[in-house]
Design a protein around this ligand. Structure first.
Ligand SMILES: [Zn+2]
Length: 219
């Protein structure tokens, strides 16, 4: 019998304590006006100020962060193009007389039926890792849909005029620094304002730069 009474009292005490604690919590959050920071936690006003500062900082930081992200993506894209250019150079050394008539990919709609030769087929021995064909800033899913984010520009020139396959190879051998081989299929990156075509590009001589003239004039 005594045990039973004690237990009941204990339960009652616990209930009172819980109720008191609830009230303390409500007081700490609810009476913000005039309440200083006395070590019992944040008041609503303090919380709002802290949240406001965080939101403000995020607003200030987000353009900076997106610039940093884009800069890293452009660096990765340049690295991809350099690798592709190196593979291209090995291929071109062995076949210097004619520019491969692979289709232009992927921005030119309808340019790559499944049975047509693509630059990925042409360079399959030199470039075995498909990931290098993906520009990290490819926001048009070209890589996912067509297997590459990069346009094979000689393919475009050759499609416009088949004779160009040989002429283009001659121009490329004589002026390798002006003949673009693979370029971003769209203007994926931020570029300096004076850049006309902000597509990163690897040229015949394997240097990587922005695209100025997609197709050399007169060829
Ligand atoms: Zn890119």
């Amino acid at each position: 019998m005594n045990f039973s009474i004690s237990a009941t009292n204990a339960n009652a005490n616990r209930h009172v304590n819980a109720s008191t604690n609830t009230n303390v919590t409500v007081l700490a959050v609810g009476t913000s006006r005039g309440m200083g920071h006395d070590g019992k936690g944040f008041t609503i006003v303090e919380l709002i100020v802290v949240i406001g500062v965080i939101v403000l900082l995020m607003g200030l930081l987000s353009p900076v962060l997106s610039k940093v992200r884009e800069s890293a993506a452009a660096t990765k894209c340049r690295s991809n193009l350099k690798n592709l250019g190196t593979g291209w150079a090995i291929y071109a050394d062995a076949s210097p007389d004619v520019m491969p008539a692979a289709v232009s990919l992927p921005a030119v709609i309808g340019s790559a039926p499944p049975d047509e030769l693509t630059i990925m087929h042409v360079l399959r021995e030199q470039i075995r890792e498909r990931a290098v064909y993906e520009c990290p800033s490819d926001d048009r899913s070209y890589f996912a849909q067509r297997g590459t984010s990069y346009e094979y520009l000689p393919g475009l020139a050759i499609a416009l005029n088949p004779i160009n396959a040989v002429e283009l190879a001659t121009v490329a051998r004589e002026n390798p620094e002006i003949v673009p081989i693979l370029a971003d299929a769209a203007q994926f990156h931020d570029a300096p304002q004076d850049i006309v075509s902000p597509n990163l590009t690897v040229y015949y001589d394997t240097h990587v730069d922005w695209l100025f003239d997609a197709i050399p004039s007169g060829s």
